[in-house]
Design a protein around this ligand. Structure first.
Ligand code: ADP
Ligand code: MG
Length: 289
């Protein structure tokens, strides 16, 4: 790599808020075959909102309250959405709170055991969804994330949670396809929800229901088939995958660990800057020859 080409590429990137951390990052950008994108906070805004509350055997407000008391102890964005929707929780407290990564949370509220999270968590707890299963499927089919709630071993509610797409996500996928790059969505969210969102974005490969610790292994799997892989993410969960990828790209609005781990940082948090980064890489390498 000629120092001049590297300097030009780095400068071009900086103008667009695409920060290449070193010369290697620029060179690798030119050779990417697959871009793996985290869903929440990367392709979506990461500002989930509760859109549906379905209660069974509980008044809606009562269900929201008891679940929000548990979720107040969690830092997950879905938990924050539920707490926001519930509003004032006054004195109620969660006891014996347990965070279950990639699943949800469990705690006691007023002596009752509350389980809140995904289907996998309720299965693990041996709780049958009963008639709520159909409601859950309906929500997932519309691209919403369904959060399930159970009290004392009985499923009592489903929350539908929506997270709007970033405005440029569709265009970013299209631009990557135009560059001849494959796009894969990687998420901890459930398969049906992820597939619905992917189809809206024009993404045809979805890897869903991935546990937080397994994202890096999924990237490694793609690399083993001989592909040069870029990973784009924003979360703490994404950091190991960003490190594993040939090129780690962090969303600027993301967490500090993601930004520290990445080779490239998108200061504007704009997915369209992913194809921009790859184009700058290609331009730089062309000048090197
Ligand atoms: P992602 O951010 O990609 O959704 P996570 O591993 O953080 O991945 O979460 C995976 C899934 O686990 C979520 O989609 C949700 O269904 C469930 N989950 C995790 N934490 C919570 C929580 N505190 N409340 C409700 N659901 C949760
Ligand atoms: Mg994310």
């Amino acid at each position: 790599a000629t120092p001049t080409a590297i300097m030009v590429g780095t400068g071009l990137g900086a103008k667009r808020g695409v920060l290449f951390k070193n010369a290697m990052a620029l060179e690798v950008s030119a050779r990417i075959d697959v871009v793996v994108m985290d869903k929440t906070g990367t392709l979506t805004k990461g500002e989930p909102e509760v859109t549906d509350v379905i209660a069974d055997g509980f008044a809606e407000a009562e269900l929201l309250r008891i679940v929000a008391v548990v979720e107040r102890e969690s830092e997950h964005p879905l938990a924050e959405a539920i707490v926001r929707r519930a509003g004032d929780l006054d004195g109620a407290r969660a006891e014996r709170f347990e965070n279950v990564p990639g699943h949800g949370a469990i705690a006691h509220v007023n002596g009752r055991r509350v389980v809140v999270g995904n289907r996998r968590l309720l299965e693990r707890e041996g709780i049958d969804l009963g008639s709520l299963a159909a409601r859950r499927d309906e929500l997932a089919a519309t691209g919403r994330t369904a959060v399930l709630a159970a009290v004392d071993g009985v499923a009592v509610g489903v929350f539908g949670i929506a997270d709007a797409l970033r405005e440029t996500s569709v265009a970013a996928v299209e631009a990557l396809h135009d560059l001849g790059v494959e796009v894969v969505m990687l998420t901890g969210d459930n398969q049906a929800t992820a597939e619905r969102i992917a189809s809206r974005l024009g993404i045809d490969t979805v890897i869903a229901e991935v546990l937080p610790g397994d994202k890096a292994a999924k990237v490694a799997e793609l690399q083993r088939s001989g592909l040069k892989v870029a990973m784009v993410g924003d979360g703490v969960n994404d950091a190991p995958a960003l490190a594993q990828a040939d090129l780690g790209i962090a969303i600027g609005a993301g967490t500090d660990v993601a930004i520290e781990t990445a080779d490239v940082v998108l200061m504007r948090s704009d997915p369209l800057d992913v194809p921009t980064a790859l184009r700058i890489g290609r331009g730089t390498v062309r000048k090197m020859r």
